[in-house]
Design a binder for this molecule. Sequence first.
Ligand code: GUN
Ligand code: FE
Length: 431
Amino acid sequence: EKRAIRASFLHFIANPAEVANPQHSYQFFADGLLVIHDGLIAELRDYHAEDAERYPELEDRSGQLIMPGFVDTHIHYAQTEMIAAYGEQLLEWLDTYTFPTEQQFADKDYASKIAQFVINELLKNGTTSALVFGTVHPQSVDAIFEQAAARNMRLIAGKVMMDRNAPEYLLDTPESGYAESKALIEKWHNRDRLQYAITPRFAPTSTPEQLNMAGRLKAEYPDTYVQTHVSENKNEIEWAKSLFPECRGYFDIYQHYGLTGAKSIFSHAIHLTDEEWQAFSETDSVIAFCPSSNMFLGSGLFALERATAAKVRVGLGTDVGAGTSFSPLQTLSDAYKVMQLRGQKLSALDGFYLATLGGAQALSLSDKIGTLAVGSEADLVVLDWAATEVQRLRMHNSNGLEDRLFALMMLGDDRNIAATYVAGRCVYSAS
Ligand code: GUN
Ligand code: FE
């Protein structure tokens, strides 16, 4: 099955020698043609007049901008209903709002209802791949994988492992957490476009025995991912260190238990020490930058330029429900402001790189997604440059491609998403 689309196209070019360098190169076709064959990108080039005859079924999206679908490297799908809960920082926020909400995912039907909502919401925001936290309940992971598979989405998820310092009703044990995670890996990992992430919530909610079992699982299934949180909040860091006094620091806990590495994604990493930055770099571990969440919980300002300098891969994360939007555009707008508060800049090219190829590289998937390179999977977002009166005025007054992209990044949201394609099929259309 072949289809051709005429539009403007923007994507970034992977440079294996500089994976963490946002001064990446890009390709832009003002009037381009994309050919999709069996769900893969077969051709990307300038549009020629003959193409109208050559492709009678040509989908004409002239005036719209197509990019690789956005990659959300950190989201808690089960926290959707408590998004934007008032007034607390991390640890109190977890106790007050998060844990009671996650309890409901013991009910598979309930989990499926929210999973369906979240998958639709991701697609509506142009997000075609995500790294997703479930809850402690294995059925929460079945629910999100079933909904993703129904759309043929490339998605990574895992069951939370958590055996202390949370309400009794949300705890597993080292043995049950291991066995349930293992069963989910056997059931889902590499089935369709789905992959599994071993998911200890964060060091404070796991005993040493559980982290040990998580590390054992990773050693048994080295191809799986690991996702967790690190150095988000100062009280959290002190707490983590007090619970693992034998470790040199927070990140060292994960290193000690064999949970770091090229397929290990750590959310936040705001307050890292010099030694921890070096350890990130040496282990090739990955960071999910969650600017909306970090401001909402008052956690701090992530040093993106430091990650770049240390060649640590970084993806963009919404971190819903501590993040207050599913939109990668709104999340990039927050990222820009975080950088400004640190005296740094985030260009539109840096931003869109982060939300597409950067995220794919963070998930070691840039051979498949995050790019419009020939042979990659045709996961696409179709953007309207302007979706509101203010955006129209601003675009009208714009000065070149980078300025237009910057306005889109700062002012855009789900209203700018005209359509979303997964593996070559249109799975969301605004009209
Ligand atoms: N640290 C441990 N659990 C969580 C969570 O659910 N959200 C955030 N933002 N940080 C965490
Ligand atoms: Fe999180």
